[in-house]
Design a binder for this molecule. Structure first.
Ligand SMILES: C[S@@+](CC[C@H](N)C(=O)[O-])C[C@H]1O[C@@H](n2cnc3c(N)ncnc32)[C@H](O)[C@@H]1O
Length: 260
């Protein structure tokens, strides 16, 4: 039987393992980690990814343009953080479209997103922010026409529960896009993984002043199910047509599927 990591394991929650490591302690550790790095998140992200992340968000949004261009489509950007994936989606929305729902459980990340969403460039399209846990979304069954999740799914306390929750709220036949990091293979992978595991955490610590989030990042990517495992999990959680497309030599990649 295929075995995959059941969910994220941030150091705060791992430390509580002896006292009962559970999904709630994982979620709380993830939430407080993002609340803590929110003020520096965007700058560090752009520096450490050399702005390639913007290409990934835009490429992902373009793939879902046919859904986004339907003004009636209900669109959810899950784990929206400071809102850059949401903004990439908004570029494809018509002026009279329903607002995109941008959901995250980190108040501080969401506050920064709200600042971006209120820019006159995006106001007419509209976004509704929702401070909520992706594992228990206050959304009706079969109500959403598209879900995206960029670099957030990997942080969920329970991946299967996350996929099942997404399947619950999506309408049958509606697409899902999960953009996240991957560990590339081959010679390139060896060099990149050296940077990702050893250089990036030091750089992140030097620039942000805190070591935990940038030690957690490569650790979480290493633990995250590999593409074939992730695709199997998606199929077992109610999705069909599951595919993975590597981005930038497989540093990241997009999982796509539709609800059966
Ligand atoms: C790495 S950030 C990514 C933000 C944004 N999507 C981007 O592409 O930059 C991950 C986000 O996922 C959010 N997150 C993680 N677990 C979550 C959960 N269970 N419910 C809601 N948000 C969650 C965090 O608060 C954080 O803002």
């Amino acid at each position: 039987m295929t075995r995959f990591a059941t969910g994220a394991e941030p150091s705060g929650a791992a430390a509580e393992r002896g006292a009962g490591h559970d999904e709630q302690s994982v979620s709380q550790a993830v939430q407080s980690m993002f609340d803590g790095i929110a003020p520096r998140y965007d700058v560090l992200n752009h520096v450490l990814s050399v702005n390639v992340d913007s290409i990934w968000w835009r490429r992902t949004a373009r793939l879902f343009a046919p859904v986004l261009q339907n003004p009636e489509a209900a669109v959810l950007d899950m784990c929206c953080g400071t809102g850059d994936m949401t903004l990439a989606l908004l570029r494809h929305r018509p002026l009279n479209a329903r607002p995109v729902v941008a959901l995250d459980f980190s108040h501080a990340m969401l506050e920064r997103a709200k600042g971006k969403f209120s820019s006159p460039e995006f106001c007419p399209h509209g976004v509704v922010t929702m401070e909520a846990d992706a594992l228990h979304m206050p959304l009706s069954d079969n109500s959403i026409d598209l879900i995206t999740a960029a670099f957030g799914f990997r942080n969920l306390a329970n991946y299967e529960a996350g996929l099942r929750e997404m399947a619950r709220v999506l309408r049958p036949g509606a697409p899902l896009g999960i953009l996240d990091f991957n560990e590339p293979g081959g010679l390139f992978g060896k060099v990149y993984n050296l940077y990702f595991r050893h250089v990036l955490p030091r750089l992140g610590k030097a620039l942000s002043g805190s070591s935990a989030p940038y030690a957690y990042l490569p650790h979480s990517v290493h633990r995250f199910p590999k593409p074939e495992e992730m695709l199997a999990m998606m199929r077992s959680c109610g999705f069909v047509q599951a595919t993975w497309t590597p981005y930038t030599f497989g540093i990241a990649g997009l999982y796509r599927a539709v609800k059966a």
